[in-house]
Design a protein around this ligand. Structure first.
Ligand SMILES: Nc1nc2c(c(=O)[nH]1)N[C@H]1C(S)=C(S)[C@@H](COP(=O)(O)OP(=O)(O)OC[C@H]3O[C@@H](n4cnc5c(=O)[nH]c(N)nc54)[C@H](O)[C@@H]3O)O[C@H]1N2
Ligand SMILES: Nc1nc2c(c(=O)[nH]1)N[C@H]1C(S)=C(S)[C@@H](COP(=O)(O)OP(=O)(O)OC[C@H]3O[C@@H](n4cnc5c(=O)[nH]c(N)nc54)[C@H](O)[C@@H]3O)O[C@H]1N2
Ligand SMILES: [Mo]
Length: 688
């Protein structure tokens, strides 16, 4: 029996591809990109093209286990599901009954799968019903979402990606689109064939910068200053769109006064390291070549002033009127167009008051430094915090605590699994059902179970159903997955009429939106004023500068010369193209393709330290150290270094990755992470 299923790529990536999976006699034998899906267009990235190797990997976890070695050692013995579930339920019930109460239990998850059901449905209901601490999921995009929300009124709404081929001037601003959003890149290439210019703004000569027509290379964390400099030039040279500014914005005069007085190109050049001529030319092209699009991604968000940087850049399209055009404006995420009934799915009102813990402060939470009871139990699923969280040494110290009960639900024996008391085996995307939105296009997609669960693997939802039953929670709160899909589809206007039956039949269905749309062409914004808020009363009320401004990085060589004297290099750690976060870092094929961890340095920084290409070095600061090989690839300016990731600690020499140096300080908005706001020094390993 051969059947072809239409599945959905589960990775945390904007592309959310449609995949055709051929199943013969219950075994998936072929997987390819769906040629009929408008965004996937038959093409999968180098990671997902080999997904079946991962599904059928001999390294998959196949049955529950309990710890027999020391914490961190990764020695386990097989147990039954019955024993695993009973152990977890008893520990949780005992903690909930204790004086410390259920807030001493902390769930920790992120987006190992983007499926609505397996990433945020019964897990939320379970922990809310239990009264556990709530996790603020801030590790990725919350700073920028807060910044755009203040400005546009909705954080995840922007230009339509399908209109990108119409653009004349395309800016990849802090976005490595070639690797992190490859199907959008192919739309950018279509635009280029029709005459568009592609620019990349990135302190690193990323694969995207290398393939662009123009690479602008600012100092890390100075993007807001660059954007304010562009505004200065735009107003000075009369390139603004007065009509759009007049009817669709508030605060234009105040902003104009600020940039005139405070951000002349000469000052901006001194802050950003971008010369006056480049700033001027950039401003002219951006304003004149319409539609101009800014693909704004995460690079600048992972700095101390990341929220304000995103807000500031997001003001630009209203000043030059690019929102008028299909494809014009800013594109950060498309997920705000989905009106999924998330509250029905997650039931926040089951536990409206329990403590909130910012996931970027896992180190502090495990050390008992946050208000409220100590964390006595940690339940990790769909995430790998031992590798991806900042302040790694302190996170691992916390995970080693003898009095901390740790459950990890995973497909593979990750760095985090090594610290578990109980390990649970998880199903892959081909083994469970799910429903997906996207943050890179506008389809709702259905993922059918194409094969039966391997070994004793269970999906996230199946485990939470079983735990809920053991704890005596109301069965009606934990229904089957199809009921959950119907509930989440019962949302707002963009989903109206889209049914489970239709999704099952068609696989992917576009939201109720026009074929192409320009969200702010009419000049109406979902802000309190109904306009694009160049000046924001809400920001003022929240204690921010109501106007766009430049906030230097926390660890800034210019404003903190003492720190920079010890740690002079600004270290960026964006993804290595072969991995998605730490996923695939254990796949033999991807590990081989990725090679050893590297640190890319400017020639003169290497020379000054007596280092040559290929040397093993130690990269360090007060928080920790990791090893990498020097790469003199000509991709960074002096004073900047790049170590792409995220490797598994246990698979690299020295046993720790780049996050042993990154900081858990928070960004200015949204409690965001500051992975790239990280001063380090490098020394030779010879003689260590
Ligand atoms: N192949 C692959 N695809 C992925 C992922 C992956 O790990 N691998 N991860 C997925 C996830 S979870 C996310 S969040 C997205 C991330 O998608 P992107 O935001 O595109 O990814 P990054 O590479 O983190 O950051 C983009 C660029 O920002 C640059 N940058 C760093 N600091 C600054 C700065 O101060 N200013 C400017 N202008 N640029 C700066 C970095 O050098 C990098 O080249 O990609 C998703 N897609
Ligand atoms: N230095 C540095 N650190 C970073 C970043 C960076 O750029 N630099 N990027 C940050 C960003 S943007 C993000 S989004 C985070 C990502 O951090 P995480 O969300 O923790 O991402 P992954 O490392 O991909 O880990 C996801 C895990 O989920 C598992 N998984 C997949 N599907 C399922 C499932 O259905 N059930 C269960 N139980 N498990 C499943 C996978 O096997 C994998 O081990 O990392 C952040 N950390
Ligand atoms: Mo992310």
């Amino acid at each position: 029996m051969t059947t072809v299923f239409k599945n959905v790529c589960p990775l945390d990536c904007p592309d959310t591809c449609s995949m055709l999976v051929t199943v013969r006699d219950g075994v998936a034998v072929e997987l390819r990109g769906d040629p009929d899906h408008h965004f996937t267009r038959g093409f999968l990235c180098q990671k997902m093209a080999r997904f079946l190797d991962r599904v059928y990997s001999p390294d998959r976890l196949m049955y529950p286990m309990k710890r027999v070695g020391r914490k961190g050692e990764g020695r386990f013995e097989r147990i039954s599901w019955d024993e695993a579930l009973a152990t977890i339920a008893e520990r949780f019930a005992a903690i909930a009954r204790s004086d410390e109460g259920p807030e001493a239990i902390l769930p920790y998850s992120y987006c190992g799968t983007m499926g609505k059901l397996q990433s945020s449905s019964l897990d939320r209901r379970f922990f809310h019903r239990l009264g556990a601490s709530r996790l603020d999921r801030t590790i990725c995009s919350t700073a920028g979402n807060a910044g755009t929300e203040y400005t546009l009124g909705r954080g995840r709404l922007g230009a339509d990606p399908m209109a990108v081929p119409r653009c004349k001037f395309i800016v990849n601003w802090g976005s490595n689109t070639v690797n992190t959003n490859s199907h959008l890149w192919s739309l950018m290439i279509q635009a280029r064939k029709a005459g568009a210019t592609i620019v990349t703004v990135d302190p690193y000569r990323s694969p995207t910068a290398r393939r662009s027509d123009w690479h602008i290379q600012p100092r890390p964390g100075t993007d807001a200053a660059l954007a304010l400099g562009l505004m200065h030039v735009i107003w000075r040279d009369g390139l603004q769109d007065d009509d759009y500014l007049g009817r669709a914005t508030v605060g234009a005069d105040l902003l104009r006064q600020r940039v005139e007085a405070e951000y002349p190109p000469e000052r901006v050049a001194a802050i950003t390291g971008v010369d006056v001529e480049t700033i001027t030319r950039f401003a002219h092209h951006l304003a004149r070549e319409q539609p101009s699009l800014i693909r704004l991604n995460y690079g600048m968000q992972r700095h101390g002033g990341g929220g304000m940087a995103v807000r500031t850049i997001t003001c630009l399209p209203a000043i030059i009127g690019s929102w008028r055009h299909h494809g014009g404006g800013v594109l950060m995420s498309t997920s705000g167009a989905y009106d999924f009934a998330m509250d029905k799915l997650t039931r926040p009102l089951l536990s409206p008051d329990s403590r909130i813990i910012n996931m970027n402060q896992l180190a502090e939470a495990l050390a008992g430094e946050l208000p409220g009871p100590p964390v006595r139990a940690l339940y990790v699923y769909t995430a790998n915090p031992a590798a991806v969280a900042p302040q790694q040494a302190r996170v691992l110290e916390g995970l080693r605590r003898e009095d901390l009960f740790v459950v990890v639900h995973e497909l593979f024996a990750t760095d985090t699994v090594d610290y578990a008391d109980i390990v649970l085996p998880a199903t892959s995307q081909l083994e469970h059902v799910d429903i997906h939105g996207s943050y890179g296009h506008h389809d709702v997609m259905y993922n059918p179970p194409a094969i039966a669960p391997l070994g004793e693997c269970r999906s996230n939802n199946d485990v939470f159903r079983a735990l809920a039953q053991r704890l005596g929670f109301e069965p009606e709160l934990f229904p089957d997955d199809e009921t959950l899909i119907r509930e989440v589809l019962d949302g707002g206007p963009s989903l109206r009429g889209i049914t489970l039956e239709q999704l099952k039949a068609e696989g992917a269905v576009r939201l109720n939106l026009p074929e192409l749309f320009a969200p702010f062409a009419d000049g109406v914004f979902p802000t309190p004023s109904g306009k694009c808020e160049l000046y924001s009363e809400r920001m003022k009320a929240d204690g921010f500068d109501p106007l766009p401004t430049y906030i230097p990085p926390h660890e800034d060589p210019l404003t903190q010369p003492d720190l920079a004297a010890r740690y002079p290099l600004q270290l960026l750690s964006p993804p290595r193209p072969q991995f998605v976060n730490s996923t695939f870092a254990n796949s033999p094929r991807h590990r081989t393709a990725a090679g050893d961890p590297t640190i890319e340095l400017a020639d003169e920084d290497a020379r000054a330290r007596g280092l040559a290409d290929g040397d093993w070095v130690e990269v360090y600061n007060d928080r920790g150290q990791f090893r990498a090989r020097v790469s003199l690839s000509g991709s960074v300016r002096p004073g900047v270094a790049v170590a792409t990731g995220i490797y598994w600690n246990k698979l690299v020499p020295g046993g720790c990755n780049v996050n042993s140096t990154s900081s858990s300080a928070l960004a200015d908005m949204g409690g965001g992470a500051t992975f790239f706001d990280n001063l380090v020094e490098v020394r030779s390993r010879a003689g260590l």
